[in-house]
Design a protein around this ligand. Sequence first.
Ligand code: DLL
Length: 440
Amino acid sequence: MKQNNAGLNDNLSALDYLQLDYLRELQLARLRQVVALSYERVPLFRERMDARKLKPADVKSLADLAKLPFSQKSDLRDTYPFGLFACPMSEVVRLHASSGTTGKPIVVAYNAHDVEVWAEVVGRCLAACGLTRNDVIQVGYGYGLFTGGLGAHYGAEALGATVVPASTGNTKRQIMLMKDFGVTAVCCTPSYFNYLVEQAAELGIDVRELPLRVGAFGAEPWTNEMRKRIEANAGIRAYDIYGLSEIIGPGVAIECHCQDGLHIMEDHFYPEVVDPETGEVLPDGELGELVLTTLTKQAMPMIRYRTRDLTRIISEPCACGRTLRRIARISSRSDDMLIIRGVNVFPSQIETALLSVEGTLPHYNIILYTENGMDNIEIDVEINSELFSDKVRAMEELQQRLSKAVESVIGLRVRIRLVASGTITRSEGKARRVIDRREK
Ligand code: DLL
């Protein structure tokens, strides 16, 4: 049997099928431990507990979690760089950081045990999308301070698969590697995968003819319509993988072959969905902000971390038999919401509308601008070359169809600009599709 470096074996996935009563007991035992650890070692957490006159022993059931204070990104910024660590630096074996849009990055820490847990959860994720030790997995997430590259790498190794640590960039060479090494799975952002497929075509390679069969795509929001495009263009199954640095990195949740929601690695991460305004816990099934508690992390545990990601918990059993609850595909982050003339607009709604129209390519930008003192949206969308070189009438018709499709979803009239294939800047990591040119 091929052994792997994390000491994990073929039973990796058994943890996805724990009996529910056992799983809940395990979660409670772990929750009590992590609350005690945080209280003892993390001053910010202790102060907040004390302010509420709470002691770790007050957590007697999973429902008691709701009494505990939230944590959020600003806590990491305010205690930069190491203020939330629960162990001495001598025990920290790895740091990662996420840059964010403004100011200082946030820093996260792992001890040796955390790195093993991380490998386990990503390994289970990859197994859930049908990968085994017989797969050759190319990791096209960035290696470095970003958690994507190393996270996927350790997980793929834990699975016992063969890893091709390609990182991002050097796209033509990546395609050569995929072809020459018989790569069967790729882990990268969905936007980078689109770019890979496009570059392959330029090199005269049809990705559908390669052994590639699975993609584990995440780190940015993407829609079901995007999935359909990717699966059709590349002849693979495209799975949604979710995670965030503050919690561990990739490996928090993944779709199984049913592709109907992402199973949360609940024995390590406890999910709640709360009303983003009031913070009140919502019943399973209701849309709100995902809040996660790490149950096993030691170097930097997080209690009730507000992710800002919007989703709902699906507690109905999944046809795959996993007992882990699911979250619906992250529709958006609460901070990504655009407010245009009083209307709330999510970029994912626009993607869904654009890709539902035939002839568009999965490359677009959403540009916000001001005209006569009013906010407006322009969408630049690439269309395939046959259409682009075709008659003006056909282009106008397409433009109208797109404009209608978007309007019917967001309730606002938008300006559509059809652009030639290759016009929009390609992304190697997380795509930035919203360009804000509004007068402030
Ligand atoms: O993006 C970790 C990761 C790497 C996940 C590779 C999956 C694959 P951060 O850079 O800290 O970590 O960004 C986390 O990215 O809060 C979401 O807003 C967004 N995000 C991550 N995965 C998904 C996804 C990594 N599958 C933030 N769908 C999260 C939608 C996602 N959004």
